[in-house]
Design a protein around this ligand. Structure first.
Ligand code: ES4
Ligand code: ZN
Length: 366
């Protein structure tokens, strides 16, 4: 069996994928037609598929190496103009599930960005109904992907808007496992959302946040998310303990349940210790960074995290834009790292251990 075949057969998880980042040109085009929405400068699917977006994620770097994120986000939000009805959101989710199933992805925690829709006048209920119906259909299949949704706040709009979105999310508490933080990090540190995340945790949501690569204050942001975001941890009684001078002391009384990206933790040994003591895993998207930072930098940091024993998972982020879905991400990472099949399987075991789902499902997965 080739490595590709092994990776394909391996039951896999995906824990860092933006639903809106799975919007393929073909679905975008068909939603545009049925909703009579013009895509500026586009009159055929061929044209859309062969355009700069979403073909290769080949964006220009800014001086700080992070302008690609801004350029990507502008296109990502513009593409969503075609998503209007419940059916559109249903189809978006269903297409991703079909793709996931074809790759043997058995479990997915999927981000969605409600403010990117409510800000266009699409109601929160329309988005949720589409997502929930698609998941209900998927969960009825014997080979269906187990799906959980993560509501992400857009960090480049106000904390008040995030708080209002949290209120809307409360109605769907049983359908949303966690809240996260995404979009443009520059000038929008996690501290801006301190109260929203405290409220979200009190309401029973898990907490996660993007700490993107090479953003300003990247190390401070990672430290804040790992040790403070969300206030007291939900698992406080059993939380990770650290040994200091032979005594067991609680590592951190507060902080997120996970970090999305967080690759730059590899730069500072004290951050590695913090993440270990907080018992956090990182959802990495290595092939996304590789393009901009260069594979050497990315894979040497990944190696540092791996050797430090930090649980990491491999994910696609925005596969329709980055042109690599989960299967290809794992294949490409294996080529760069030279990981053995055993090590690749270990990464997927990390992923299921980190999953926010019941033990029975986790046990079956292994
Ligand atoms: C995103 Cl910060 C970021 N990176 C990649 N994809 C995204 N979707 C929304 N925010
Ligand atoms: Zn992301």
């Amino acid at each position: 069996m080739s490595i590709e075949q092994f990776i394909c057969k391996l039951p896999k998880c995906e824990q860092h994928v933006h639903l809106e980042g799975t919007l393929t040109p073909s679905l975008r085009y068909s939603c545009a037609l049925r909703n009579k929405v013009l895509i500026p400068g586009i009159s055929s699917l061929d044209q859309l598929e062969s355009g700069r977006y979403p073909s290769n994620y080949d964006y220009e770097e800014g001086q700080d190496g992070s302008d690609y994120l801004r350029e990507f986000l502008a296109n990502y939000y513009a593409a969503m103009d075609v998503l209007i009805t419940e059916q559109d959101f249903f189809d978006l989710a269903t297409e991703y599930f079909e793709k996931a199933r074809s790759m043997n992805v058995k479990y997915a925690e999927i981000f969605f960005d409600p403010q990117a829709h409510t800000s266009r006048g699409i109601s929160f209920d329309v988005v949720m109904n589409g997502l929930i119906k698609a998941r209900d259909v998927e969960h009825k299949r014997s080979d269906g992907v187990r799906v959980q949704y993560i509501l992400c706040f857009l960090r480049d709009i106000s904390a008040e808007s995030a708080a209002e979105t949290l209120q809307l999310g409360l109605k769907y508490k049983d359908q949303i496992i966690a809240v996260g933080l995404d979009s443009d990090e520059r000038g929008h540190p996690p501290q801006k959302f301190e109260q929203v995340f405290i409220d979200a945790r009190k309401a029973g949501f898990r907490i996660t946040a993007h700490c993107d690569v090479d953003q300003e204050d990247t190390h401070n942001n990672i430290d804040y998310v790992a040790t403070k975001l969300g206030g007291p941890r939900s698992d406080a009684p059993d939380m990770a303990k650290s040994y200091v001078d032979g005594d067991i002391i609680p590592a951190y009384p507060a902080g997120a349940d996970r970090i999305d990206h967080g690759l730059n933790a590899a730069d500072l040994p004290e951050l590695l210790t913090t993440i270990k003591n907080a018992n956090l895993g990182l959802t990495l998207c290595p092939m996304g960074y590789s393009k901009h930072l260069g594979p050497e930098r990315v894979f040497s940091k990944l190696d540092t995290l791996w050797k430090a024993g930090i649980p990491i998972t491999l994910n696609s982020d925005d596969p329709a834009y980055m042109c690599r879905w989960k299967q290809q991400v794992v294949v490409d990472v294996q080529k760069h790292t030279g990981w053995t099949l055993h090590e690749i399987a270990q990464v997927e075991r990390n992923a299921i251990s980190m999953a926010w789902t019941d033990l029975e499902f986790k046990t079956k997965f292994r």
